[in-house]
Design a protein. Structure first.
Length: 253
């Protein structure tokens, strides 16, 4: 079964350089709404059979145009919610760079626990469990792998997507900062009985490959991408954040 991990479109907090976390009412900005509308052209012609969403507004807004086009009702799963950044929520990214925990988040994220919030290891555990559970459920509803592939979308957040991709690659959580998930990007993982295959990472181009159309599982092992694919646009770093550091909460462009 194949999941398209969709990061929400650009939000008002992204452009403000603020760590939104689970703040209520954070909506898409004008570009984010354009990105949401653009999903119809980018992935709307694929045989998507289910939509799963984080409970946060920016994810639900991102899915609305696609859900209407596909006549699908998104299912909300709290396990796909943004990281609970605790006391970091609502603070400027540039100000957080000076916090001692910032270096831990960058170099040893598996040990990072946000004050008054949750740890990144907890985030990975809940998110991976959610994705794999939905994948198994959809496979069972389709009659198992013999019934062909099932393509579905999970709309969630940058750090959540990075954690799921790290698990699929079989790398330690401490390596997840090497993964990028820009606003409105899609990353694709195909789960099989043997192992997951990472087909796309941080895809921001016009359309996904037609190879994602439903069909019998491929017998030959596919090679994962050598690295992230994108539309070639440079990632805009948050003010005050070193270029070598991953932006907590995902990029802010």
């Amino acid at each position: 079964m194949t999941v398209i991990l969709l990061r929400h479109g650009r939000s008002t907090s992204n452009t403000a350089g603020v760590l939104a976390g689970r703040s209520e009412g954070v909506d898409l900005d004008d570009k984010g709404r354009e990105q949401a509308d653009g999903l119809i052209d980018r992935i709307g012609d694929l045989p998507i059979q289910a939509l799963i969403s984080s409970p946060l507004l920016r994810c639900q807004r991102t899915l609305e145009p696609l859900a209407d086009a596909l006549c699908l009702t998104p299912l909300v799963d709290d396990r796909l919610a943004e990281v609970d950044y605790g006391e970091w929520t609502g603070r400027k990214i540039g100000d957080l760079v000076g916090e001692p925990l910032w270096k831990v988040v960058q170099a040893h994220p598996s040990a990072a626990v946000f004050p008054g919030g949750e740890g990144l290891a907890q985030v990975q555990a809940r998110a991976v469990a959610a994705v794999r559970e939905h994948d198994r459920r959809l496979a069972a509803e389709a009659g198992g792998e013999g019934g062909g592939d099932v393509l579905w979308v999970a709309c969630t957040h940058g750090d959540v997507i990075k954690a799921v991709i790290a698990d699929a690659y079989g790398i330690h959580l401490d390596g997840f900062q090497r993964v990028t998930a820009d606003p409105a990007s899609v990353s694709v993982i195909r789960y099989t009985e043997l192992r997951p295959f990472v087909l796309h990472v941080n895809h921001t181009g016009a359309r996904l490959s037609a190879s994602l159309r439903a069909g019998p599982p491929a017998k030959a092992e596919a090679k994962p991408d050598a690295g992230p694919t994108s539309n070639g646009e440079a990632q805009q770093a948050a003010a005050g954040v070193p270029s070598s550091d991953a932006v907590v909460g995902g990029s802010t462009d």
